[in-house]
Ligand binder design. Structure first.
Ligand code: ATP
Ligand code: MG
Length: 318
């Protein structure tokens, strides 16, 4: 079972859209997938047509130990896709648990309890994180083995990424040695602008193969689907959005068969400059932790641009 935290503390980059539609795409490819809403905004819950104000048990009850993950998981319209929804009570959980000992371990303990009691019947658990690096995000990083970072190819794309990588590095060293950044994906991508192409080239230069070839193009159907409470496959399976998320799902499945992706040490010194390019950060003072290094310690090769699955035109309508 692969446990993936979908995280970026930058807001509105496509975390929820990716969690829902990557989950649905994986399910269409035969995987059994649970998507968890760990964001007090409850966007994923609403996206899958569940009322966050309903009294049924939800992820809050899992965190406070009142329910197991499988107890709160609900089937969706898509075969193979379940959701652990969030309720409005999640909003107060960070304050409520502020003095709880081991509060960053709660989700992992819930995962482990369920796994021990009855094998969790999923191939993937995808956790949609809030746009912050607070207690909920920390719980996701401690509970998961992989990190998937959606980014948006624009001026501020890398601002904050250094901090995220620092936190991932810290969690890996202190709390969860299995954790690694397995992928970054460009969402709401507009390949028609020079800025977007340049930012992606800069991200590739720095992160190499961790940046997936698949990009999720801007597609109005992806923006419309949540208001109908549907995944993109239920809303418009012929759209470019559906096509992109299926390609992403296949690439994510294939990651297990590729060599381990490599991420360099935190990029706190990466700065956007006037034209949106990102300056190359200096080499890290200390080597990155083992799980984030290639076997020879070398930086990854930047993939050939021609290998990218970026379409040449902007997609807005289908
Ligand atoms: N590829 C896309 N094309 C068009 N619109 C998109 C695309 N991806 C996401 N959106 C829209 O952009 C907005 C932000 O997306 P989303 O909610 O997935 O981001 P997020 O990172 O989860 O946000 P938050 O940080 O608030 O949790 C939403 O209105 C969503 O419908
Ligand atoms: Mg979200």
């Amino acid at each position: 079972m692969r446990r993936v935290a979908v995280i970026n503390q930058k807001g509105g980059v496509g975390k929820t859209t990716t969690t829902v539609n990557l989950g649905a795409a994986l399910a269409r490819l035969g995987q059994r997938v649970l998507v968890c809403d760990l964001d007090p905004q409850c966007n994923l819950t609403v996206h899958l047509d569940i009322d966050p104000c309903a009294p049924e048990a939800c992820i809050y009850d899992v965190l406070v130990g009142k329910a197991g993950l499988t107890d709160v998981a609900r089937a969706t319209d898509q075969d193979g896709l379940w959701v652990a929804p969030a309720g409005s009570d999640l909003a107060g959980v960070e304050v409520e648990l502020a003095s709880e000992l081991g509060r960053e371990l709660l989700l992992r303990e819930a995962f482990d309890r369920d796994a021990a009691a009855r094998e969790l019947p999923y191939d993937f658990i995808l956790v949609d994180c809030p746009p912050s690096l607070g207690l909920l995000a920390l719980n996701a990083l401690v509970a998961c083995d992989e990190v998937l970072v959606p980014i948006q190819a624009e001026f501020f794309a890398l601002q904050g990424l250094g901090k995220l990588l620092e936190v991932v590095d810290l969690v890996q060293r202190r709390l969860n040695p299995r954790l690694r950044i397995s992928a970054m994906v460009s969402c709401r991508h507009d390949p028609s602008t020079n800025l977007s192409r340049q930012v992606i080239a800069d991200v590739r230069d720095h992160f190499g193969k961790v940046l997936l070839d698949t990009v999720i193009r801007r597609n109005v159907k992806l923006a419309e689907a949540p208001s109908h409470g549907k995944t993109i496959f239920a809303y418009d399976p012929a759209s470019r959005g559906a096509e992109d998320y299926l390609a992403l799902a296949q690439e994510v499945i294939d990651l297990t068969t590729k060599s381990e992706p490599t991420v360099t040490a935190p990029t706190t010194t990466a700065k956007p400059v006037g034209n949106g390019h990102v300056t190359e950060p200096p080499p890290p003072a200390t080597p990155p932790p083992t799980a984030l290094r290639s076997t020879d310690g070398a930086l990854p090769e930047a993939p050939d641009e021609s290998g990218s699955r970026v379409a040449e035109t902007t997609e807005e309508t289908s």
